[in-house]
Design a protein around this ligand. Structure first.
Ligand code: SF4
Ligand code: SF4
Length: 449
């Protein structure tokens, strides 16, 4: 099996010059290093050709891969450290844009997972992962808590094994939050769970976009009723809210404030890009950009006054810039992350259950040549659109599932958003360096695939 490197394109930009309220800066693209540049005294001093050659020389000098960093050209088959189990194939909500057709993936996953499939997946994760690194066991669906008994069984079983084997095992679940019961709250509180609650905003937006299937009550009231005890007393779990922004819901300030009023301190937005008539179109991206920058500017002011940033898209981008995060992949799909379908097949991504190109193994083993080909084809150096983009190791080409919806407008949004994050990073790190003390320190650390 060949693991040939995938070098970047000859004309790939090595640097990106930007300006903040503090002056001029240079992003050295490989390994995301940020440097201050001397200020030009007058506009007449500015010479675009000289600047470009200076930036080229600087980026050539500074863009080395350190001994503790993964090469951005390399291909590898890392150990699987994170696994999500499709425990349920149904849901009690009827969200219009659901990528999973309520969990049955258009009939490709007709039933939920049973204990035997779950147990053998857990055994393999624990046996084959790198025991020195953290492991994550996730639960997904449909709505995972439709199959709550299996979640409880999996957590108790895996926690006991991890204790015996001295493994750092964590958990994650993505839920609509409307079915949580007191026994679930206790399970989540007592383990290191990352709980992501999908909620789109206040009652009007939430009930319109995420209606209950039985129509008996509104889903916003159900989220409040079933999540409030956990928001009040989270124990060991970390709660986050994720909202989907579509072409009809771009008043992000209003949606964010309604979710924050429930007590969520970690709130993120995902723009809907495909699979629905409500997906953002080219004309929507500038509107979305304005809304995100307005919201993030509010959060930046909070941070400058000593508070935490609650908008997770922004907080995560700032932390990544601080540690020099830089990756040729947007996520761990097919690398360190897999999703197990209810029949035991291993898919590179939970959104691709039933898709042959994403099926890279079964309950017995992974198909190494197919996995290598999957990773080769999705490396950012293999993406024609991305090869010459300065944002290629921060955006990494975006979600593989959404590649077909990539457009000039959506890429312009990404680059402008990242520019705003770069400017904010320079300003915040100067005004409040303590904001980053809990992050890994610079110098640089690469994000593995
Ligand atoms: S998806 Fe667009 S913004 Fe992202 S790296 Fe590719 S070209 Fe750049
Ligand atoms: S391919 Fe997209 S949906 Fe799948 S794990 Fe990666 S980012 Fe997430």
């Amino acid at each position: 099996m060949s693991l040939l490197p995938l070098p970047s394109a000859v004309h790939a930009p090595g640097s990106y010059r930007f300006r903040s309220s503090l002056g001029q800066h240079l992003l050295v693209v490989p390994h995301s290093q940020i440097y201050d540049l001397p200020e030009q005294e007058t506009d007449a001093d500015a010479d675009a050709d000289t600047d470009a050659s200076l930036d080229h020389v600087l980026s050539q000098m500074l863009a080395h891969t350190l001994h503790n960093e993964a090469s951005l050209d390399s291909l590898s088959l890392p150990t699987v450290q994170s696994l999500s189990l499709n425990v349920s194939s149904s849901c009690n909500l009827g969200c219009s844009y659901c990528y999973a057709s309520q969990g049955n993936f258009e009939g490709k996953q007709s039933k939920g997972m049973d204990w035997e499939q779950a147990r053998s997946s857990i055994d393999r994760l624990l046996a084959e992962a790198n025991p020195q690194a953290p492991l994550t066991l996730g639960f997904i669906g449909g709505e995972p808590f439709v199959n709550r008994a299996l979640i409880h069984q999996c957590v108790h079983y895996s926690a006991a094994l991890a204790r015996e084997q001295h493994l750092d095992l964590r958990y994650s679940v993505t839920t609509n939050g409307t079915l949580l019961r007191p026994e679930d709250h206790e399970l989540l509180r007592q383990h290191r769970f990352a709980v992501t609650v999908s909620i789109d905003g206040g009652s009007v937006v939430q009930n319109r976009q995420r209606p209950m299937l039985n129509g008996k009550r509104d889903s916003f009231a159900a989220v409040i009723e079933h999540c409030q005890p956990l928001l009040d007393t989270p124990g060991m779990c970390k709660l986050a809210a994720r909202a989907t922004a579509n072409s009809l819901s771009l008043d992000l300030d209003q949606q964010f404030d309604a979710i924050a009023a429930l007590g969520f301190q970690d709130i993120g937005f995902s723009p809907l890009r495909s699979g629905s008539a409500l997906a953002l179109q080219d004309q929507d991206w500038p509107v979305y950009e304005l809304a995100m920058v307005s919201l993030a500017s509010r959060e930046l002011q909070r941070a400058l006054q000593g508070q935490q940033i609650r908008l997770s898209n922004f907080a995560t981008a700032l932390k990544q810039l601080h540690v020099g995060a830089s990756s040729p992949y947007p996520c761990g799909a097919g690398g360190g992350y897999f999703s197990v379908a209810s029949n035991g097949d291993w898919y590179a991504c939970h959104r691709a259950i039933g898709e042959e190109t994403y099926k890279l193994g079964d309950r017995h083993a992974l198909d190494a040549p197919k996995r290598l080909q999957f990773l080769q084809e999705r490396h950012v150096h293999a993406q024609t659109d991305c090869q010459t983009c300065w944002a290629r190791y921060l955006c990494s080409g975006g979600c593989h599932q959404e590649k077909a919806s990539r457009s000039v407008a959506s890429c312009n949004y990404i680059r402008r958003w990242l520019t705003f994050c770069l400017q904010s990073y320079c300003e915040l790190s100067q005004a409040r360096p303590d904001y980053f003390t809990h992050c890994l320190p610079s110098p640089r650390a690469s994000t593995p695939a």
